[in-house]
Design a protein around this ligand. Structure first.
Ligand code: TYD
Length: 141
C-alpha cells in the first residue's frame, strides 16, 4: 500500500463464517516501524481528544469498536473523517493537527505509533503549529 498522504486506507479483511479478521504488519502494510500502541476507550459522547500535532511521531488510528470522527488540518486545509470499520486505518503523518470527537458509546480507538511517548515531541500550541506549518509551506491534505 502507498501511504503517501493523510487519509483512510483499507487493511486486509479475512472474511469467515466464524468471524472476520484484520491484521497490520510492517513493512508491507504499515509505513513505519511500530514502537508504541495505545488505545482510547470509555470516551464520553461530548468529549474531544487530540488537539495537537507531532514533530516526529507518525500515527495510524483504527476504530476497533464503534465509531468516532477525526478532523485533520495541515495549516491550509481541514478534512473530516469518520472511522467506523475495524479494517479502516487513518494515517496521520507528522505536522498534521488532529481533533477527535463524536465517540459512540463503547467505541475503542486503537493507535499505532512510530515513536515511544515523548512530551517534547508534541506541538500543543496552535499558534506555534500554524507558524511551523506556514513556514514549511507543505500542503499535506
Ligand atoms: P494525549 O496524547 O494528550 O491524549 P489525546 O491526544 O488522546 O487526547 O495524552 C493524554 C495524557 O496521557 C498525557 O498526560 C500524556 C499521557 N500519555 C502517555 O503517558 N503515554 C502515551 O503513549 C500517550 C498517548 C499519552
Amino acid at each position: 500500500m502507498e501511504w503517501n498522504k493523510p487519509g483512510i486506507y483499507t487493511l486486509p479483511k479475512i472474511e469467515d463464517h466464524r468471524g472476520n479478521l484484520t491484521f497490520a504488519q510492517t513493512p508491507d502494510l504499515i509505513p513505519f516501524q511500530i514502537n508504541r500502541v495505545y488505545w482510547l476507550y470509555d470516551v464520553p459522547a461530548d468529549a474531544e481528544r487530540g488537539g495537537h500535532a507531532h514533530r516526529t511521531n507518525h500515527e495510524i488510528l483504527i476504530a476497533l469498536a464503534g465509531s468516532f470522527s477525526v478532523e485533520l488540518f495541515d495549516g491550509f486545509t481541514r478534512r473530516r473523517f469518520t472511522l467506523n470499520r475495524p479494517y479502516q486505518a487513518l494515517y496521520i503523518p507528522t505536522g498534521v493537527w488532529r481533533t477527535l470527537d463524536d465517540f459512540s458509546s463503547g467505541s475503542v480507538c486503537l493507535v499505532l505509533a512510530s515513536e515511544t511517548y515523548c512530551d517534547e515531541e508534541y506541538i500543543r500550541d496552535f499558534d506555534e503549529f500554524m507558524q511551523i506549518a506556514t513556514t514549511n509551506g507543505q500542503r499535506q491534505l
